[in-house]
Write a protein that binds this ligand. Structure first.
Ligand SMILES: Nc1ncnc2c1ncn2[C@@H]1O[C@H](COP(=O)(O)OP(=O)(O)OP(=O)(O)O)[C@@H](O)[C@H]1O
Ligand SMILES: [Mg+2]
Length: 585
């Protein structure tokens, strides 16, 4: 099943692989011709006592035949390699596309290290699977058949031996092979765990050191890699066993043929040149099977990896349901014209993470009129970021509807919509690259002057200009060398650069020093000016800026109004404000 799907996955790869097998088959044809010519020459020289000049024409053909055979073998290898590269390329591309379609809600729920392992190592394993295993497998079906037919013509009696021993060896291979599959699967799984665990450890290095847990983690990594090592040895052992059994089997079978032919030669039942040709051809009959045995573990490893890859590809993007129209794969949508007014409405929207297992929003309604700033406040885990995720279409609602200027959000092309939205996320992500690269993410064609202007507006210019290489200074992975406040200012600079009419601001919960706090507040005030905005606020100052405040509690909008009117109402809001003030914000 997986095997068929993999073979058909990329048509060009399949075509190239077929050509590689054809080349292998032609090489086998050359072998047959060589065997025949050789037996003729030996027969003429040793039995018929002919001279060199008599056999010279045959020798002349033998030489180019050998060259031709080498050429076929070589081109077979090249074609198989090309096929593998094609397949790997298209799989990686599709996986990337699909992960984009699945969105952050999916990737966050998975072990990143495990996903990386599937996409990088899992796809790489398919190289050997294609070049070594698949060509050997397909060739093992064709080449022996050709030799069998030739032997049948030369000496029908010998075919009886081949007919008996050939299938026996195939059966042996299948018997040993069944255990190879389980081991290969286990090995791939262990490698995935190791990657996931290692990445997790790297990301949490500071925390682990703080709690003095480094030693235990190192111990666990050691345990996993020991297990992986022993599984690898197990794979090697079975690979060796398979190869050995096949080697022995084919040697015994060849010896059987030799004895049978020898006896018949003595009794004069068979002529010399035929006997010799059959003797030369018999090992060639078993050769493809022996080669298949050698590559058998590559086949099992490839299948294990492919199963994981296909599981990711088969995960449907974003659960859809409720009153929203179903939407295929999530990336093709009819409406590509930008919406002119950012008048946003949530009508009784529900959403649950983990395939409906973890409810985050229920019957949530919200109206963001064009040009207004709406603040969402609520306890941690109330569902505020989920509202932003829905608006950005990282996830699709399970029920209810979201409309922009009366148009269902699901009918607007996601790329078009996102181009109109600037987003300052709760935890901004900075990529490995320079400051300029990271800012240009928001607008790739931005000039240096525009980048600097955005950084100035976000108060990021101050610290960037003090760096040795300014905007060309590399940022470590995930902004490792920056403080929380600096990261946030870069995220705000991105929003300035994007200059979109609608803004989603998911404020970070972390405490900042007074200076950062002031700078960020000033930058945000300017960013909010003249835009429609959804502000997820954790600080009072931002709440004061809002035209309306909506209180979220356990996925439900419980109160709405201006700061003043809500304070008068009392209830949840009053408690929240008290806690904000208590927290010094
Ligand atoms: N990717 C996810 N997978 C599974 N559950 C999630 C995911 N993201 C959030 N949740 C859950 O959904 C609920 C709402 O989370 P959400 O992030 O919207 O809260 P929030 O109001 O933004 O909280 P905070 O103020 O801490 O940022 C929480 O119970 C959370 O555990
Ligand atoms: Mg949040």
């Amino acid at each position: 099943m997986t095997e068929k799907r993999l073979l058909r996955y990329n048509r060009l790869a399949h075509g190239l692989l077929s050509l590689a097998v054809v080349a292998g088959f032609l090489a086998a044809l050359c072998v047959v011709a060589q065997a025949w010519l050789l037996s003729v020459v030996v027969n003429r020289v040793f039995i018929l006592r002919q001279t060199l000049t008599d056999v010279l024409p045959f020798l002349f053909v033998l030489l180019p035949l050998a060259v031709l055979r080498a050429l076929f073998v070589w081109s077979g290898d090249v074609l198989a390699q090309r096929a593998a590269s094609r397949l790997k390329g298209s799989l990686r591309q599709d996986l990337t596309h699909h992960l984009f379609a699945l969105g952050p809600a999916y990737t966050r729920g998975e072990h990143s290290g495990e996903l990386v392992n599937a996409v990088v190592e899992g796809v790489e394993v398919l190289d050997e699977y294609f070049t070594a295993y698949q060509t050997a497998r397909l060739l093992a079906r064709l080449a022996p058949l050709l030799i069998f037919v030739v032997v049948l013509v030369l000496d029908p009696l010998t075919t009886l031996v081949l007919l008996f021993t050939g299938p026996l060896l195939v059966l042996l291979l299948a018997l040993i092979g069944s255990s190879v599959k389980d081991i290969a699967q286990r090995r791939f799984q262990e490698l995935s765990w190791m990657s996931a665990y290692f990445l997790d450890m790297l990301q949490g290095l500071a925390t682990l050191k703080l709690f003095g847990r480094s030693r235990e983690k190192i111990e666990t990594i050691r345990a996993i890699s020991t297990r992986y090592g022993s599984t690898t040895l197990e794979v090697l052992r079975t690979a060796f066993q398979t190869a050995l059994v096949l080697e022995w089997g084919s040697t015994i079978a060849t010896a059987l043929v030799a004895v049978e032919i020898g006896l018949r030669l003595i009794s004069g039942d068979i002529v010399f040149d035929r006997a010799l040709a059959v003797l030369i051809l018999t090992p060639e009959f078993f050769l493809p099977l022996r080669q298949l045995a050698l590559k058998y573990h590559a086949g099992a490893a490839g299948r294990a990896a492919a199963e994981r890859v296909f599981t990711i590809l088969d995960t449907a993007p974003a659960p859809v349901g409720g009153t929203q129209p179903a939407q295929g794969r999530g990336y093709d949508h009819p409406r590509r014209a930008p919406v002119t007014r950012s008048d946003i409405r949530f009508e009784r929207v529900s959403f649950a993470y983990d395939n409906g297992q973890r409810p985050a929003l229920r019957d949530f309604s919200l109206h963001i009129p064009h040009g207004q700033k709406i603040a969402l406040v609520g306890a941690t885990g109330a569902g505020k970021t989920t509202v932003a995720n829905l608006l950005l279409r990282f996830i699709e609602p399970n029920g209810g509807s979201i409309t922009i200027a009366g148009i269902p959000l699901s009918e607007i092309d996601p790329a078009t919509w996102r181009s109109q939205v600037a987003w300052v996320p709760q935890r901004p992500h900075l990529f490995y690259g320079t400051f300029a690269d990271n800012l240009r993410l928001a607008k790739p064609q931005a000039t240096q002057a525009e980048v600097v202007a955005a950084a100035k507006a976000a108060h990021a210019h101050e610290f960037i200009q003090h760096l040795a290489r300014g905007y060309d200074t590399p940022i470590g992975e995930q902004g490792a060398r920056l403080s929380g406040g600096q990261q946030q200012r870069l995220a705000i600079a991105r929003a300035f650069l994007k200059d979109a009419p609608f803004l989603i601001l998911d404020e970070a919960t972390s405490h900042l020093d007074a200076e950062s706090e002031g700078l960020i507040q000033d930058a945000l005030d300017r960013l909010l000016r003249g835009r429609t905005a959804l502000i997820i606020a954790h600080r009072l100052k931002l709440i004061y800026t809002a035209d309306q405040v909506v209180v979220v509690q356990a996925g439900h909008a419980v109160q709405a109004g201006t700061h003043r009117s809500l304070l008068e109402q009392g209830g949840v809001y009053q408690q929240l404000v008290a806690s904000y003030e208590g927290g010094g914000r």
